[in-house]
Design a protein around this ligand. Structure first.
Ligand code: EPS
Length: 367
C-alpha cells in the first residue's frame, strides 16, 4: 500500500495494523542533537490511549515505545528514527462475524473495492489504532519546535454531538477525559456519553488545535502552503470529515471589513485568518479545527451487503469508542506539530540566509 508517508524535509512513515503484532513509524529528517528518550513519549500516548475512561474503547494497550534507531546516548543522530509499539490486547474474534460484511459508514467497502483483499481484524490500517504512531512522531516535533522556536501546540474538544463549550479555560482541558475547556459542563458530558453508550449509538465531535509562537514566514506558496499542508495532514486522520483554518467556513457569511485582520504597530487587531495569509504564517496563533464523524462500528443493526453481494443486517460487537473524537485532541496536535516542523525546516533551507525583515509586528493584540 503506498501513501503511508507525509512531509518533505521531515518525513513520517507509519506502518502496522490494529491486530498485527506491532505498529510503528519512521521519522526521517529530524536534525541531530535533539535529546529524546522512550519515557518522553508516554505522556501524549496515554492522553490518546483507549481504556482510560468508560467513555472510550475498553481495549487496554500498554503503548510502550521502543526506539529502534536514530538515537544514540539519548540524542538524535540525524538518521531515521524508528519507533515501535507492540500490540498486546487484540481480540480478533470480535470481528469473525463481520469479516465477510461491510460495515455501513466504515472503510470496509472502499478498502475492499480498492485492493480486493483486506485485514478485517479491527479495521487494519483504517483503525484509530493507526493514529498512535502519529502521536509518537508528534512528540519529537513538539519537542523540537519548543526548544528551537518556543512554539507550543495544544488542542481541546470544541463540540461533542450538539454540545458546545459555554466558556473557555485552558487550565481545565487536561483535567477531564474529554479535553473539554469548561469544568462545569463535564458532568453533563458524562451523562450524555453514558446515555449514548447505553443506546448503542455513536456521535461526532469537533477538535480545535492551535499553535502559539510560530514566527512569520513558515509555509510555501503555492502548492506547499502551510494551510494546505495542515488541511491534508489533519484530513488524513482516520474519521476526519472536515477541516477549517481560522474562521474557515464561517468566512462565507463575512464581509471583507469583518474578515480582514487589521495591522497596527502593536500587532494584528484580530485573527480571522488563523495566522496564515497566502499560505505563509503571519506570526499570529495558527488555528485549525477538525470534525470527526460518528464511529461506524455499532451494535445497532444496519443494512449492508456481504462479500457475495447478498443483503444482510450487520451488528458490530466488541470494544468500540462511542465517540472517537474524544481521543482525537492529541492526534490533531501531533499532526499540526509535524507539519510545522516540516515547514520550519523547509523555510530554513530556502530562506535561512534572508536575514532580518522589517517591519515585524507582534502577533495578535491580546492574542
Ligand atoms: C477501533 C476499534 C477498537 C478500538 C481501536 C479503534 O479496537 P479493536 O480493534 O480492538 O476492536 O480500541 O482503538 C485502538 C486500539 C487505539 O489504540 O486507538 C476502530 O475500529 O477504529
Amino acid at each position: 500500500m503506498s501513501s503511508n508517508s507525509f512531509g518533505k524535509l521531515l518525513t513520517v512513515t507509519t506502518f502496522g495494523e490494529s491486530h498485527g503484532p506491532a505498529i510503528g513509524c519512521v521519522v526521517d529528517g529530524c536534525p541531530p542533537g535533539l535529546e529524546i528518550s522512550a519515557d518522553e513519549f508516554a505522556h501524549d500516548l496515554q492522553r490518546r490511549a483507549t481504556g482510560k475512561s468508560r467513555h472510550t474503547s475498553a481495549r487496554r494497550e500498554a503503548d510502550e515505545i521502543e526506539i529502534l534507531s536514530g538515537v544514540y546516548e539519548g540524542r538524535t543522530t540525524g538518521t531515521p528514527i524508528g519507533l515501535l509499539i507492540r500490540n498486546t490486547d487484540q481480540r480478533s474474534k470480535d470481528y469473525n462475524n463481520i469479516a465477510q460484511q461491510f460495515r455501513p459508514g466504515h472503510a470496509d467497502y472502499s478498502y475492499w473495492q480498492k485492493y480486493g483483499i483486506r485485514d478485517p481484524r479491527g479495521g487494519g490500517r483504517s483503525s484509530a489504532r493507526e493514529t498512535t504512531m502519529r502521536v509518537a512522531a508528534g512528540v519529537i516535533a513538539k519537542k523540537w519546535l519548543l526548544q528551537r522556536h518556543g512554539v507550543t501546540v495544544r488542542g481541546y474538544l470544541s463540540q461533542l454531538g450538539e454540545i458546545t463549550p459555554t466558556g473557555f479555560d485552558w487550565s481545565v482541558v487536561e483535567d477531564n477525559p474529554f479535553f473539554w475547556p469548561v469544568a462545569d459542563q463535564v458532568p453533563a458530558l458524562e451523562s450524555y456519553m453514558d446515555a449514548l453508550r447505553k443506546s448503542g449509538d455513536s456521535v461526532g465531535a469537533r477538535v480545535n488545535v492551535v499553535a502559539d509562537g510560530v514566527p512569520p514566514g513558515w509555509g510555501e506558496p503555492i502548492y506547499g502552503k502551510l494551510d494546505g499542508d495542515l488541511a491534508a495532514a489533519l484530513m488524513s486522520i482516520n474519521a476526519v470529515k472536515g477541516v477549517e483554518i481560522g474562521d474557515g467556513f464561517a468566512s462565507a457569511a463575512q464581509k471583507g471589513t469583518e474578515h480582514r485582520d487589521l495591522l497596527t504597530p502593536q500587532g494584528f487587531a484580530s485573527n480571522h485568518a488563523g495566522g496564515i495569509l497566502g499560505g505563509i504564517s503571519t506570526g499570529q496563533q495558527v488555528t485549525a479545527s477538525i470534525v470527526l464523524k460518528p464511529t461506524s462500528s455499532l451494535r445497532l443493526p444496519g443494512a449492508t451487503v456481504d462479500a457475495s453481494g447478498a443483503s444482510v443486517e450487520v451488528i458490530t460487537t466488541g470494544r468500540h469508542d462511542p465517540c472517537v473524537g474524544i481521543r482525537a485532541t492529541p492526534i490533531a496536535e501531533a499532526m499540526m506539530a509535524l507539519v510545522l516542523m516540516d515547514q520550519a525546516l523547509r523555510h530554513r533551507a530556502q530562506c535561512g540566509d534572508v536575514g532580518e525583515i522589517t517591519p515585524r509586528i507582534p502577533g495578535t493584540i491580546d492574542g
